[in-house]
Design a protein around this ligand. Structure first.
Ligand code: GLU
Length: 272
């Protein structure tokens, strides 16, 4: 007998319901998929393809253009000036999309590259253009891969490795889940590894996180996000009605299967 596929139903309220989410935005940061971690692209794509295959609409927000471009510009480390960062992004974005498409080919899934700025999503005309294009891409079963348009905007280069962009995209497509992937497996009460740091399993909507101490960027030093920008992004998405799961990139398959991992942020009741 053929395996019963889970029913795709749209809105979800817990980790266990993730396999039924109608529309999922997954955000991955630079350090998880570039340099020594470039090999994580394949298992990431395997997990996204599984979710796509069961009927969910999947949007990937991926940083990593600058980090991927660095060796092609024959630089040893991340450039500090904006112009060279933008040049690295222009070169690296091309390579990054090629790597994703190469892995997606096995599933006969086609990627669509979407480069946006936060400003685009605030401008009503640009926003509705982006929304229409995203809806059509998803309707065609394309897997949109979104990054900041680094040659014209630099917010995420400076402030957050696409965390904010991911929550704006989540609002744009009215996703049922935002999955924020990072180097760490959860939000911790203090920077992970420091004495007394405890993982936070659940954040109720509106819960005060003032007691949480945020650390700096991830260990590889190629991205610009940290726990603070992730919580800000999660709070923004949750406030617009989408629950958020924060988990490690290495756990993406388990996260999309509904495993009891990471930090879950409840959504505000959505205005219909
Ligand atoms: N859009 C940039 C990238 O993909 C942001 C990430 C960063 O600051 O490293 O590389």
């Amino acid at each position: 007998m053929p395996e019963q596929l889970p029913l795709i139903s749209g809105r979800i309220a817990s980790r266990a319901e993730i396999p039924r989410a109608g529309r999922i935005v997954v955000k991955v940061g630079s350090s998880s998929i570039s340099g020594a971690n470039a090999g994580q692209i394949r298992p990431l794509v395997d997990a996204l393809a599984t979710a796509h295959g069961r009927g969910s609409d999947v949007v990937l927000v991926s940083s990593g253009a600058i980090a991927t471009g660095i060796p092609y510009l024959r630089l040893d480390s991340r450039p500090t000036d904006l112009a060279t960062q933008q040049a690295a992004a222009a070169v690296g974005q091309n390579v990054l999309i090629y790597r994703y498409q190469d892995c997606l080919d096995r599933y006969e899934i086609v990627a669509g590259q979407v480069l946006l700025t936060a400003g685009d999503l605030e401008n009503p005309v640009h926003r509705s253009n982006a929304q229409r294009a995203m809806e059509r891409l998803l309707g065609l079963r394309i897997l949109p891969i979104v990054n900041e348009n680094d040659t014209v905007a630099t917010h995420e280069i400076r402030f957050g490795d696409n965390d904010r962009l991911a929550s704006l995209v989540t609002q744009l497509v009215r996703a049922d889940l935002l999955l924020l992937l990072s180097d760490v497996d959860a939000l911790y009460t203090r920077p992970p590894g420091t004495a007394g740091a405890r993982p936070i399993h659940h954040v109720a909507f509106g819960e005060d996180l003032a007691e949480v101490e945020f650390g700096d960027i991830g260990s590889a030093g190629v991205g610009t996000g940290g726990a603070g920008t992730k919580v800000a992004a999660a709070t923004l998405a949750a406030a617009s009605g989408t629950p958020v799961l924060l988990a490690a990139t290495t756990q993406v398959a388990a996260a999309l299967e509904g495993a009891d991992i990471g930090t879950w942020f409840d959504a505000a009741p959505r205005r219909q």
